[in-house]
Ligand binder design. Structure first.
Ligand SMILES: [Zn+2]
Length: 558
């Protein structure tokens, strides 16, 4: 720096000193409940913020409030909690799903058909009928639905419906025709075609024919998804498999000042990661609201569609052990390429064999890629108990979804049989083995209300308190441990623990106002907790009854 620059610098410094420091802001009279860094419940009654929206201090009843405040608001004793963090979701899928036909609440094929027919009638201009959320297990069908089932409802337009786990699509004859599928079309390796249902890699045959959404449709979908997440008390999320168009959509929202929550992206490929972030994770953009930090890799499919890669055959399909999508070498090469550029690697692994392969790949790569890598395994649903200690050896994060245990329990027992459930959805075993646990929901593939997931994590019961005593109850964790995984654990999983997750000084003031104290609520009460306000960076971004907040500090300002 030359002397002129130094002089200007000195003048600037003098200027800053001469300006009276901006006073803090205070959110007062709250029933504040959070966890400290050791996971213990703490209480506070006021939150002091910097003008930028970072936390200066948590105040107790007896702490004196500063005299000079830039701004203050009175919460009238309402319950304040740290915002939830969903460690695994698909933000654009959530947005599109909210605009498409949603079958996730249907309980029979007949009900699904009626819902599709109603949607088709209500959307006469849609050239393609797109949707998802179906689960033949919930329909008691015993097999996949067929193209003929769909043809009986819609024959003039293509229909493409994603299974609840996104590992299969169900289509009608018009869709197959549009995609050029004939009776002689063979499923690619790692996929299956079953009478109108395209499983795992076979999905590509259909998806390549789908019309691409327009930029403005993507923008609408993003805003819808953001609204849904904020209204459920989620202030930050990891976005898994961010594509280039996804990233550009979020950037457009950020450029327009419409980014209201924090998103950490895991690219769908190393190419996307390089194109968006360069040779390594991006900086935080838009006041800490967006960052590209890693790459998502797939090791196998899902349990429901029997695509999860197992060490022994499926109990209900003895000739099938699922499919590991990459060879050992391919998996290592992909992970190595991402790690070489300093990107974090998050690998989807559901079956015990897939988990073992990823763990051994991490073991092999750890000699080369040292330091704080925070390798992540997404889902880690079925882990051979013998492999559990390997997580802690390299600090591998288990990024799991508690709500999956209650939505999957009957299916998982059918797929695995009773003897192989010891390492299934094994949150307690993970913690006992000192594995960092991060919770999320895998939205839109499952219910993303964090209070539902939280209750599932310590009860192992569904919304009807079933089964009695909980499913595999030895894997239940405590209420506080579950809360921690949904906040601090999820923040740690994306290298964001200094930004959010604890409501500690220095972090962003990302919090929610709710109607009930979750630490004393029964599981039923906990599931019913309503979020009243969602604040991100000290600004109200959503309030019940007002729809989208005005991105301003609400309350009685002065
Ligand atoms: Zn996912």
């Amino acid at each position: 720096m030359g002397w002129t620059a130094r002089l200007v610098g000195a003048a600037m410094a003098a200027l800053i000193v001469a300006t009276p420091a901006l006073a803090d802001a205070l959110i007062d009279n709250v029933d504040g409940i959070a966890l400290d860094r050791d996971g213990k419940v703490i209480h506070f009654t006021g939150l002091l913020l910097t003008p930028e929206g970072r936390i200066t201090k948590l105040l107790g009843d007896h702490d004196k409030r500063p005299d000079k405040l830039d701004w203050r608001t009175d919460m009238h004793g309402k319950v304040m909690l740290p915002g939830f963090i969903d460690a695994h979701g698909h933000i654009m899928d959530l947005g599109f799903r909210s605009m498409e036909v949603d079958l996730s609440d249907t309980h029979s094929l007949a009900e699904a058909k009626a819902k599709i027919a109603a949607y088709v009638a209500a959307n006469p201009d849609r050239k393609w009928i797109i949707g998802g959320g179906w689960n033949q297990e919930l329909w008691g069908l015993g097999h996949f639905p067929t193209a003929a089932d769909l043809d009986s409802v819609v024959s003039d337009r293509p229909v493409v419906l994603d299974r609840i786990d996104s590992h299969a699509v169900w289509v009608n004859s018009a869709a197959m025709k549009a995609a050029g599928i004939t009776a002689s079309t063979k499923a690619p390796a790692g996929g299956q075609i079953v009478d109108g249902v395209f499983v795992d890699t076979a999905k590509r045959l259909i998806e390549k024919a789908l019309p691409q959404p327009l930029a403005r449709e993507r923008d609408v979908a993003f805003i819808k998804a953001q609204q849904l997440l904020l209204s459920n008390g989620i202030t930050a999320t990891d976005d898994m498999r961010t594509t280039l168009p996804d990233w550009l959509t979020i950037r457009r929202a950020g450029d327009a000042g419409n980014l209201r929550m924090r998103i950490v992206s895991y690219a769908d490929s190393i190419e996307t990661a390089n194109l968006t972030a360069g040779n390594g994770p991006s900086p935080w953009l838009y006041d800490g609201k967006l960052r590209m930090v890693g790459v998502k890799v797939f090791a196998d499919g899902a349990l429901g569609s029997r695509g999860a890669c197992l060490k022994a055959p499926y109990a209900d399909d003895p000739k099938n052990s699922g499919s590991c999508l990459l060879s050992d070498d391919q998996l290592r090469n992909t992970m190595s390429r991402a790690a070489m550029d300093g990107f974090q690697v998050a690998v989807h692994a559901i079956g015990d064999k897939a988990n073992a392969e990823v763990l051994s790949a991490i073991d092999a790569l750890s000699d080369t890629y040292k330091g704080d890598r925070r390798w992540r395994i997404e889902h880690a649903q079925i882990v051979d108990p013998a492999d559990l200690p390997k997580f802690a050896e390299h600090g591998v994060i288990a990024s799991m979804q508690p709500i999956h245990a209650v939505s999957d329990m009957h299916m998982a027992e059918a797929r695995l049989g009773p003897d192989r459930l010891a390492g299934a959805y094994a949150w307690k075993s993970m913690l006992d083995n000192h594995v960092p646990l991060a919770f999320g929901s895998d939205y839109p593939n499952d219910d993303f209300n964090p209070f539902h997931g939280w209750a599932a994590a310590f009860t192992r019961q569904d919304a009807n308190d079933l089964p009695f005593g909980g499913w595999q109850p030895q894997q239940a964790i405590t209420r506080e441990q579950a809360w921690r995984a949904y906040t601090q654990g999820a923040a740690y999983a994306s290298f964001s623990e200094e930004q959010y997750g604890t409501l500690a000084p220095g972090e962003w003031a990302d919090f929610i106002i709710v109607d009930t104290d979750p630490t004393f609520a029964s599981p039923g009460q906990l599931r019913n907790i309503k979020v009243e306000q969602t604040w991100v960076g000290g600004r109200m971004m959503w309030a019940r009854g007002q729809g989208q907040g005005d991105a301003d500090r609400g309350g009685d300002t002065r």
